[in-house]
Design a protein around this ligand. Sequence first.
Ligand code: FEO
Ligand code: CA
Ligand code: CA
Ligand code: CA
Length: 653
Amino acid sequence: MSDLRKDCDYEYERVDDIPTNPSTAPKIGDIITARLSRRGALKGLGGGAVAGAAVVYGAGQVQAMSHGTHSSLGFTELAKGYDEAHAVAEGYEAQTLIRWGDPVVPGAPAFDPNTLTAETQLQQFGYNCDYVGYLPLPLGSDSADHGLLCVNHEYTNAHLMWSGVTKENAADVLTKEQAEVEMAAHGHAVVEIRRSADGKWSYDPNSTYNRRISALTTELELTGPAAGSDRLKTSVDPTGTKVIGTINNCAGGKTPWGTVTFAEENFHGYFTGNADGHPEEQNYKRYGVPGGWYVWGNYHSRFDINKEPNEPNRFGWIVEFDPYDPNSVPKKRTALGRFKHEGANTIIDKSGRAVVYMGDDQRFDYIYKFVSNGTYNPDDRAANMNLLDDGVLYVAQFDEETLTWLPLVFGEGPLTAENGFNSQADVLIETRRAADLLGATPMDRPEDVEPNPVNGCIYAMLTNNTRRKEANVVNPRVSNAHGHVLEMIPPGTTAGGSAADADHTATEYTWSLFVLGGSPAEHGGMYHPAITENGWFSSPDNVAFDKKGRIWISTDGSPKFGFADGVWAADVSGEARAMTKLFYRCPTGAEHCGPEFNTDDSAYFVAVQHPADDSGSTFDTPSTRWPDFVDGVPPRPSVQVIVKTGGGTIGDA
Ligand code: FEO
Ligand code: CA
Ligand code: CA
Ligand code: CA
C-alpha cells in the first residue's frame, strides 16, 4: 500500500502496466505501421539522419522535404545536463518569480518550512506548480508587463515537505494536520505580477486579485448537463451541484473571454476504499478509482468511496474560473467530459464557436474536442461566460488517412439505455466508457493537446507508452519510451497555413506525425537531419506556441535517460520544421511544466515542478535545495521567468 504513494509520473510507470482501457480498437502505433507498410519509399529511412530527405506524413501522403538548417530560432542551443541548478541558453536569464510557500493572499505569513499548517498554506503559494497562464491587466488590454499569473498546484511530495517522511512510509505516518496541509497545497493560485523599468519581474503580495483555490476549503459549482445528476449527489450536497475542492490540477488553458480552464487529472489517486460490488463499480474501475495514493480518506470520509459513494463522480472535470474577479466561483464544466484531463485549450473557430481540445492522460486513452453551440461575442464578455456549458463533445478516431471526430451524444449509436446510459449526464460521467463504445483510437498517453494560434493545426503531446511491443518503421523501438508529437490538421489549413482558415467544427481532419521523441542516432526514424545530440527530447508533456507559431515542447521523463527535463523549441514549417533545440533545463528531479509567454514574447514563464524528486531524496537530504540553496530550506517548486538579457523577443536572434 505505502509504495503506491508515489508521484504522478512514477506512479504511471507502474499503473500503466495495468491499463484501464479494455478496448480492442487498433492502437495508434498499429495504424502508423499499416500506413507506412504501404509506403515502400520509406523503407530506407530507418537510419535517421538521411541527408536532404526526411518525411512529413500528412493528408494521407508522404512528402519528401528538402531539409535545410535555417531555423527562425536564433538562440544558441543549450547543452543537456543534470545537476543541482537549472540552466538557460546563452544570452538569457531566469529569475524566480514565486515559490512554494510564498505569501499569496494579502497578509499571509512568510514561509516557514518547519511549521507547515493548513491555515498558513491556504494563504501561500501551493506545491508542485504546473499550468501557468498570463492574463494581462487591465482586462481587455494586451499589456506585456503587467498581468495576472494563474498557476495550478497539481500534487504534493510529502517526503520533500516534512522531515521523517519517505515515499514508503507516508501512508502510515501522515497525520490529519499533514493531510490537510497537502489539501491546502493543491489547487490553484492567482497573483498580480509586473515588470519594472529595470526589466525585473515581481509579484505583488498585497494585490486584491491574489487568491488561492484549494482542495480543502474552496467551494466550486458543477454546471452543464451532468449538474444535479443523482450520481453527483452526496450526503453534504443533495443538489449534486456544489463540491468542495479541486484536485490534481495539471495543465490548463485560457479562453479568449479572459477565463482560465484547468484540469483535474489523476483524481482516482485521492480516493480510498473498495470498488468491488460498489454501485459505481464499472465506472470506477474504468478510471482506476480508488487509487489510494493519499491518506485523505482516513480523515475526510468523502474521499472514502464506501462512505461517500458518489464523491469520485464530482472530480475528473475541467474547471473554468474568472481570475479577474477574486470572488468568482470556479465552475466544473461537465459538458467537457469526465476523464483524467491533462488540460484544455480553447480556440475560436471561424464560425465563432468555441472549440476546446483536450487529452486524457493514460496509456491507451483518447483525444477529445468540445464544440460550443453558442458563438463567442467579442463585445460582450458576460455573454461568453457559460459557452462551455452547452455543446457537443467528440472523441478522436484515426485511420490511415483521416481523423474522424465521433460525437458523444446520448441516444446516438451505442450511447443508449441498453448500455447503461440514461441521459447525457451518464454519457459525460462515464466519458471513457462511452468513447470505448464508439471505437475511439487508444493513444500513447495524450498530455497537452493545443491549437497553434498561427496555423490552426493542433499538436498533441503523446508522452510515452512503454507497453508497445512491436517495432515499426516510424516507431522503431520495442516500446515507445520517448513519445511523439502528433499534428492534427483541420480542413482549410496546413502547417504553413493560417488559423483564420481552419474549420475546427469539421468532423474530419487529416493528421501527420510532427516529430518522434528519442535519439535519432539510437532509434532512427523521423527526425530532422540537423537535430543535434542536445536537440532530441524525450516524453513531451506540455506545449506552448509563441506569436510566430513556433512550438515549445516541454518534457517530463528525461532523467530516466540521464539528462534534465526542459523545453525544446522548433519551427513548425519551412526547412527547419521539427528541428528541435534545447532552450532551458530544470534542476535535478524536476519536470518542466506549463510554459507560457506574455503578450509580446518578451517573457517566458515556466513552472518547475518537483525539484529533487529523484532517487533517495528526502526533506533532510534532498538532491538539490534549488532555488534557494539555503541549508534547512527544502527544494521549492517555483515559477521562473526567463527573459533575454537586455530585453527582446524570446527565441529570436
Ligand atoms: Fe499531470 Fe499528465 O501530467
Ligand atoms: Ca503533464
Ligand atoms: Ca500548454
Ligand atoms: Ca507527464
